[in-house]
Design a protein around this ligand. Structure first.
Ligand code: PA5
Ligand code: MN
Length: 217
């Protein structure tokens, strides 16, 4: 049988990972077909790739109340969220996956959230709610959208929409993300243009407000 043409794709004949393999080899291109175990209850992907932890001190300039942010940093600098990834690398044409878990909390009345970013190479992304209660905030520079995220909800982020996740519940909020590996993460975009709305804790509910502080006269 003649080999099937894969065009410009550089596919080598590599086998799928097996128990006992040195997995470090599988995060480099070309990635072989593989099975990735998604443990919904534990919020893990295995084989596991890089892991990232964001503490309060990593969120400088993001909460509206900067004094409350400084106090929270001084007061134990808590972990706000963590991201675990599979072995699929962030490379063009690949589809990496990750699970983000945001802890419950608020700072200066604003719910704990991810930094938020724009994909500099405008490409779409999907999120799947796994546990807890959260929301997906999206902003294209003009319009703002909010998608309630509960277990089983797929939130779709179209190309060109900056996005941030927010935990609006009393327990950790986790979701799975699947995104094009060449999309990139531009965090400066959010610092400059914001995300359209802020998400405030109000009594037992959620309230939305303008992103930037009103200039005092
Ligand atoms: O790819 C995504 O959009 C997510 O995996 C996020 O990177 C993750 O939720 C962490 O958010 P941020 O990258 O804004 O810190
Ligand atoms: Mn993204």
């Amino acid at each position: 049988m003649s080999p099937v043409s894969t065009g410009t794709l550089d596919l080598q004949h590599r086998r799928c990972p097996e128990p006992g393999d040195d997995l470090s080899d599988y995060s480099v291109l070309p990635v072989p077909p593989m099975s990735i175990r998604f443990d919904q209850a534990a919020g893990t992907l295995s084989p596991a790739g890089p892991e990232l932890t964001r503490r309060m001190s990593d969120l400088e300039g993001l909460f509206l109340d900067q004094n409350a942010w400084r106090t929270a940093v001084a007061d134990g600098d808590p972990i706000v969220y963590s991201v675990v990834s599979s072995l699929v690398p962030e490379a063009d044409r690949e589809l990496p996956q990750s699970i983000t878990t945001i802890q419950p909390g608020s700072t200066g009345g604003e719910f704990w959230m991810t930094k938020g970013h724009q994909h500099p190479n405008h490409q779409g992304e999907i999120y799947l709610g796994i546990s807890g209660r959260g929301g997906l905030l999206m902003f294209d520079g003009t319009d703002t959208r909010w998608v309630d995220m509960t277990p089983g909800t797929i939130g779709y982020i179209p190309p060109g929409w900056a996005h941030r996740s927010v935990n609006v519940g009393g327990k950790p909020y986790s979701f799975l993300a699947v995104y094009p590996g060449g999309a990139g993460h531009d965090y400066g975009w959010v610092l400059e243009y914001g995300l359209g709305q802020r998400v405030w804790r109000q009594d037992d509910g959620v309230a939305f407000g303008g992103y930037f502080a009103e200039a005092s006269s």
